[in-house]
Ligand binder design. Structure first.
Ligand code: SAM
Length: 233
């Protein structure tokens, strides 16, 4: 058990109960877009195993559970409260509390790996990609949906928040979250797609598709885009 929780862990632990309701209001499109991109590539394969990295409350895995009832689904997440909300739905066959930055993943191999809306909470994209390189079956597919520097304009200065770092590889945004009784700070890392693609290619992974899409709409109407990478090993 962690004694202290990192910024994103606190953020998602505090959000778990309201997460599904809020995202329904935000027209959260990520699960559908990830599913639509991967499903045709997985059809017809037998005994498939899926690893959902940062499964959250299971919104993306639910799509796969419905589309592939026999699929064996493993979910990992750093937030215990998100995992608890997911467990109640019975979407996954196995759930583990894991932090992609320093924990091992439940061993595969997996025919499919997804990380939907997770990489922007991880400073080094390698921490997610390493698990794909290690656990994706040869011939299998991975889908990464993540926020990129294309949304930098949405993060103006507010309190101590705002853009605090910028390089050709990523933009770092500090967020001050005031919804909980005690405000806390966490960072988002908007990784440049070109950099993530370069990392994939140098690890011998093939990029089969790249798409930008409207991931959700904030309460104030701002549209947040994500990039979707479909990767083949
Ligand atoms: C925006 S939510 C996305 C959840 C789900 N994939 C979806 O599409 O609804 C991001 C999730 O990533 C998890 N997460 C963030 N950083 C993580 C880390 N270092 N290791 C594992 N999970 C992490 C959070 O706890 C949260 O559940």
């Amino acid at each position: 058990m962690f004694k202290t929780r990192s910024g994103p862990q606190r953020y998602f632990d505090g959000w778990a109960n309201a997460y599904d309701r809020d995202l329904a209001r935000y027209d959260y499109a990520v699960p559908e877009v990830v599913y639509d991109a991967l499903a045709p590539r997985l059809s017809g394969r037998q005994q498939q195993r899926l690893l959902d990295i940062g499964i959250g409350t299971g919104l993306s895995s639910t799509m796969f559970r419905l589309g592939f009832p026999d699929m064996h689904i493993t979910g990992v997440d750093a937030s215990q409260n998100m995992l608890d909300a997911c467990r109640i739905k019975g979407v996954a066959d196995r759930l583990f509390r894991c932090d992609v930055r320093h924990d091992l993943m439940p061993p595969g191999p997996y025919e499919a790996i997804i990380a939907a809306g997770v990489m922007e909470f991880v400073e080094h994209p390698e921490d997610v990609l390493d698990h794909i390189i290690r656990h994706l079956k040869t011939g299998g597919y991975a889908a990464l949906a993540f926020e990129t520097p294309a949304t930098s304009h949405l993060y103006g200065k507010r309190w101590f928040g705002g853009i605090v770092g910028q390089s050709p590889r990523s933009v770092t945004v500090r967020r001050v979250h005031s919804r909980l009784p005690v405000p806390h700070v966490y960072c988002k890392y908007l990784h440049a797609t070109a950099y993530v693609v370069q990392l994939c290619k140098s690890a011998g992974l093939e990029i089969v598709d790249t798409t930008r899409f409207e991931a959700y709409r904030r309460g104030n109407g701002d549209v947040v885009t994500h990039d979707l990478l479909i990767i083949r090993k």
